[in-house]
Ligand binder design. Structure first.
Ligand SMILES: CC(C)(COP(=O)(O)OP(=O)(O)OC[C@H]1O[C@@H](n2cnc3c(N)ncnc32)[C@H](O)[C@@H]1OP(=O)(O)O)[C@@H](O)C(=O)NCCC(=O)NCCS
Length: 316
């Protein structure tokens, strides 16, 4: 008990009064390397609230100053045709000045002991960017056994005409769907007549561009003037509004260029699609993608890349 007191923080259940401090910490923690992005949203729980069963915890100092927060939910995953209830941990954020003191690890343990295990969610996972070594380290310390499953985020600027290439490959093993028909979600998505689901990620959060590495903009110096040559790389100060595609199949993939155009007309500047490296979706679309970022599902159960796996779009 004494050791706990000496840590200089304690973990408490989230309360609305923590909200503004959590959002401030999130704003301070820009993500990305070549393009630095700041998360903009009105509530720290904007993502968590989309799940039927969710929770949040906060780390506070002895004066109740908020140092960190984390959210979690019971999320369905379909593995080899069977829906499984799993524990999904996400949106963990520690004040930059308080990192590397064990707060992130204690939050992970708290989720396990106070949410996942009491609810019988014995299999647990999170998703993260392949380069987030801190998170990988943290998870491997918090759990005895964890397994990595790789997938890609492809990003498409809707301002650019999209091409879908023919592919001889069969149906992909990895997919994205929405495993809920809750009324509260109806404002967040729509489904086209060809069955493609459009998840309006921009209604949950938006990303503001803080800085862009000139190498990426493909710019060049003319005299003393810097000229951008890649107009699809976002401008500093602009806001990225993204829609995430779900229920994409090899039957409806050819309607994506129309979907992209419609999104452009609605002012949504990016569309994102997840796939496995080198699957049929990747080969059909990669030439039109602005980038392909490798991500991991980090799970307590081993996930075989050959076995069909469908994630809920709310987990992306
Ligand atoms: C990821 C994050 C939550 C970690 O929180 P934290 O409180 O600093 O983590 P902890 O102090 O509990 O560290 C856990 C382990 O990671 C290690 N670690 C911490 N910072 C590290 C770094 N920069 N590089 C490598 N390992 C690191 C620690 O050494 C510790 O391992 P140890 O027990 O062997 O010492 C925090 O860095 C953060 O808020 N990052 C930005 C937001 C983010 O990336 N969220 C995750 C999105 S999926």
């Amino acid at each position: 008990m004494i050791a706990k007191k000496n840590k200089g923080f304690k973990i408490v259940p989230y309360l609305p009064e923590h909200e503004q401090e959590l959002l401030q910490i999130e704003r301070l923690s820009s993500q990305g390397f070549m393009v630095k992005l700041e998360t903009v949203r009105s509530r720290f729980l904007s993502r968590a609230e989309l799940f039927e069963d969710h929770t949040a915890f906060v780390a506070v100092d002895p004066n109740n100053k908020v140092l960190a927060g984390v959210t979690a939910a019971a999320a369905p995953v379909r593995i080899n045709g069977e829906l499984q209830a799993t524990g999904f941990g996400f949106d963990v954020i520690v004040d930059p000045s308080m990192r590397n003191r064990g707060i992130g690890r204690e939050l992970a343990t708290c989720l396990r002991k106070r949410f996942f295990e009491p609810k019988g969610l014995m299999s647990q996972f999170t998703t993260l960017r392949a380069g987030n070594l801190t998170m990988l380290h943290l998870i491997s310390k918090s759990y005895r056994n964890t397994f990595l499953y790789e997938f890609l985020y492809l990003t498409f600027p809707t301002a650019r005409v999209m091409r879908v290439e023919d592919t001889a490959l069969g149906a992909p093993a990895f997919g994205v769907s929405l495993f809920s028909d809750a009324d509260k979600l109806s404002q967040y998505y729509e489904v086209t007549e060809n069955g493609i689901g459009l998840w309006h990620t921009h209604q949950v959060y938006q990303l503001k561009v803080k800085s862009v590495n000139p190498v990426l903009s493909g710019g060049l110096w003319l005299g003393n003037r810097f000229v951008r040559t890649n107009k699809y790389v976002p401008l500093v100060g602009s806001t990225l509004k993204t829609t995430t595609i779900f229920n994409l199949t090899l039957e409806n993939i050819h309607t994506l260029p129309d979907v992209s155009l419609q999104l452009y007309k609605q002012g949504i500047n990016y569309m994102q699609i997840c796939c496995q490296p080198n699957d049929a979706i990747y080969h059909a679309l990669q030439k039109s993608a602005l980038n392909a970022f490798s991500h991991y599902i980090v799970s307590t159960q081993q996930l075989d890349p050959e076995v069909p796996l469908t994630l809920d779009v709310r987990c992306l």
